[in-house]
Design a protein around this ligand. Structure first.
Ligand code: 0XW
Ligand code: MG
Length: 367
């Protein structure tokens, strides 16, 4: 198969409910970038990347779009039988920018799946389940209100709740965690996500004052070095999210022994091919992880879910997709949906998502 044409589209995704508030940033409207890779055999593959604002991680919308425009001319006419063929070309044309390359990596997986007549999960090693668990992520909010939402979502069927903290007086974080635990108990697993917003001192305080509450502490502090300072001083397990900026960072965190698990983002690691390497490294050390992305619609959601279905269940921490915070779907016939906290793995060839005609409007660029 050869790449005949590349089209880049923009898709605004306003936040349902107003604002999504984290310790590191608050966002009200995200701009997703969609890529359509058209092959010479009449098939299109779709990819997507949608940074959650310019502050969450070193990614931003216009950065993704200009990286894609730098990459596209180098890919037109390329013949490929595997994703590696294309990745090699991308790395030869542009250093870094894994979050833009990720969208192309996803589109090539979609194309290969369609050509072979198999779902993308087959290309990633094979689905171990037909339905994956998701998790609900709250925003940084008032303790009673957060506990109310947590209970509602646990009752809805979410097996895991991610409670956002940080960026405010630590007493409010502690009160929030205590109230969520009182409300939810063992009915759902609790994750406390600091989104890099706590000092080491405050992370230690949260740990001590919530000593008997079972939760995983996700990305409490800003850097890997600060997280390393927590080792031996806190008792809650620590997962890394934002610090895993690429596979080398994952390798470093594993070899330093500072991560008990990870909140992985498919685009941050560079796409599905990179994510399978991260998944396999985690399998070697029995480390649990999620399969998420920062934001986006059905295309990135499908990519996360296909990968999620291939993770050994005892190490799987859920697939987060943005559905609870966005309206509508790209594929009205076969949308990727959370129901009772779980998502059915698409079983059609490729990603299983075929965007409705015209849903992205006119392309931003065509190569
Ligand atoms: C909950 N998420 C997966 C959605 C936002 O992108 C933040 C992220 C996280 O875990 O930090
Ligand atoms: Mg996180």
């Amino acid at each position: 198969m050869r790449i005949r044409e590349i089209r880049i589209y923009g898709k605004p995704l306003p936040v349902k409910g107003g604002v999504y508030r984290m310790a590191s940033a608050s966002v009200a409207k995200l701009d997703s970038t969609i890529i359509e890779v058209v092959s010479d055999i009449g098939l299109s593959g779709w990819g997507e990347t949608c940074p959650i604002g310019p502050i969450y991680q070193p990614h931003h919308t216009l950065g993704a779009r200009s990286a894609m425009q730098e990459l596209a001319p180098a890919l037109i006419g390329s013949e490929f039988v595997s994703v590696r063929d294309i990745y090699r070309k991308m790395d030869g044309a542009l250093a870094g920018h894994g979050y833009a390359k990720a969208a192309i990596d996803i589109a090539i997986h979609d194309l290969l799946g369609k050509k072979l007549g198999v779902p993308v999960s087959v290309l990633l090693g094979g689905a171990l389940t037909g339905k994956v668990a998701s998790y609900y992520s709250t925003i940084v909010g008032e303790p009673d209100e957060t506990a109310r939402i947590a209970l509602e979502k646990a009752r809805e069927g979410y097996p895991r709740l991610q409670i956002k903290v940080g960026g405010r007086p630590v007493e409010q974080d502690i009160e929030t965690i205590q109230k969520v635990w009182e409300a939810v108990g063992f009915s759902a697993r609790i994750v406390v996500d600091g989104n890099r917003g706590l000092t080491v001192a405050n992370a230690v305080t949260v740990d001590r004052l919530c000593a008997s509450i079972p939760f995983v502490f996700e990305q409490p502090c800003n850097t890997m070095d600060e997280i390393a300072c927590l080792k031996g001083r806190i008792t809650h397990p620590v997962y890394l999210d934002e610090n895993t900026e690429d596979l080398n960072a994952v390798l470093r965190a594993i070899s330093l022994g500072i991560a008990d698990g990870f909140g992985f983002k498919v685009t941050r690691l560079g796409g599905l091919s990179r994510m399978t390497t991260a998944r396999d490294m985690c399998a070697i050390r029995s480390l649990p992880h999620s399969c998420d992305d920062a934001w986006g619609g059905d295309i990135i959601a499908a990519a996360c879910v296909h990968l999620a279905s291939t993770v050994e269940p005892r190490r799987f921490e859920g697939a987060w997709i943005a559905q609870e915070y966005i309206s509508g779907n790209y594929d009205s016939q076969n949308p990727v949906l959370i129901k009772n906290g779980h998502i059915v793995v698409p079983d059609r060839p490729g990603l299983g998502v075929i965007p409705d005609d015209g849903v992205f409007g006119e392309p931003i660029a065509v190569f």
